[in-house]
Design a protein around this ligand. Sequence first.
Ligand code: SF4
Length: 331
Amino acid sequence: MSEKVLQVDDLKVYYPVRQGLMGRVLYVKAVDGVTLDVEKGEVLGIVGESGCGKSTLGKAVCKLIGTSGGRIVLNGRDITDLPEKELRPYRKQIQMIFQDPYASLNPRMTVHDIIAEPMIIHKMYSTKQEIDAKVVELLNEVGMDAYHAQRYPHEFSGGQRQRIGIARALATEPDLIIADEPVSALDVSIQSQVLNLLGKLLRERNLTMIFIAHDLAVVEHISNRVVVMYLGKVVETGTRDELYKNPLHPYSKALLDAHPVPDPTARKERVLLEGTIPSALNPPSGCKFHTRCKQCTVICSQVEPEPRRIEGCHTVCCHLFDNVGEPATIQ
Ligand code: SF4
């Protein structure tokens, strides 16, 4: 039987913004009712344009920011509103790999101290020798050498810094890793090295991961299942093959058509994504994508579409599928 590491139910992250002379409060709905789950050993890719809420979702699941509604269940325990003291053991179970390897490592700490810090905070080992040995083991695992431990982050390239970030995330032996655009700040040649390293670690350690990215090729390379987000909401989800071979939502199709393929002539009909993502402060009514959708009809601007399960775990939120498949919870 599959084992759920993470369950997110109807999660909301709203930011209040005061507007006008009267100080009217409006809300930026960065994450607006997201439901998803992640099974043990699975890599769940989350894709969408910049501003769709995917990084906010990752930070909320990691408990780095507060939530406005919904539930986060980790290993069967609801951690949504746990006070910091009770949350501490769960912090060990979720670790994050950040987008910017230049900003996410403390420049005043040696690599040894950066990797050792989470092990010390969570009291994982009783002696300094054990911690030192573990730091070297982790450095070797991410393709670095023991002597690197005594150096500082500024002495390394972006790719090496991201390897250090990965070693730090592995230090607590977490049940879930959230990788937030882990290669997007790196040169293309380095991206593949870091992705191959992540792939190797996923296989060898049977890791469970949420992999957040705007680059569909990167997500396809690493994920088992993919969630597409638009303006704070999940619009389509499916296995990697279901989603990449047969995207259903017009937004997913446009995203896929926007990403380069080896033989561009092989695609007969391309759906172009026009315009920019609307403001989450004042989102469109009905289907949030209707202002950019070429297949928009009258109902689209009036009624928000309900999720429909088409087949397997392939689920879509679009009025084009109102009479297809079964009603579903999109996850
Ligand atoms: Fe386009 Fe309408 Fe589907 Fe939204 S519901 S994606 S506007 S067809």
